[in-house]
Design a protein around this ligand. Structure first.
Ligand code: HEC
Length: 120
């Protein structure tokens, strides 16, 4: 059972990295998380962030004193980002009934580039 889960997870990972490779219009830089951080994604992420996340995490993404500082979210923990955003974490609501996986990818690009300010 555990093996099946692992195989499934690997298959999903393979599919998503394939999709992001296509987004990069044919480049093969899909191994690096930064390959997902296209300007289009960052921009869509910005809109979603403003609508849904800003009220708690703040305009600078640093959450003020009482929310998680998204600027410090570790870039190598993409799965954790997806999991926390989709399923929620303690006082943080779950977003899976609101956001598509695509939309979370866009948010990841926005957060992962710290609002588009980080060099890719
Ligand atoms: C109602 C307030 C609220 C809203 C709205 C909100 N968050 Fe959060 N978020 C929190 C709180 C509180 C935490 C800290 C959770 C904890 O660890 O206790 C958090 C934590 C996080 C974390 C870190 C989770 C981890 O793995 O440690 C991420 C990533 C995150 N939020 C992303 C988002 C995104 C993206 C949105 C918009 C779709 C969003 N949040 C909207 C309150 C909110």
């Amino acid at each position: 059972m555990k093996l099946l889960t692992t195989i499934f997870a690997l298959a999903v990972l393979g599919l998503t990295s394939h999709a992001s490779a296509q987004d990069m219009s044919g480049t093969s830089a899909s191994d690096s998380p930064a390959a997902e951080f296209t300007p289009e994604r960052i921009e869509k992420g910005r809109q979603t962030y403003k609508q849904l996340c800003l009220r708690c995490h703040g305009p600078e993404m640093n959450g003020g004193n009482n929310t998680f500082n998204l600027r410090l979210f570790p870039l190598e923990q993409r799965e954790r980002f997806f999991n926390s955003v989709m399923n929620g974490k303690r006082a943080m609501p779950a977003w899976k009934s609101v956001l598509s996986e695509e939309a979370v990818m866009d948010l990841w690009a926005y957060v992962g580039t710290r609002g588009g300010t980080l060099q890719r």
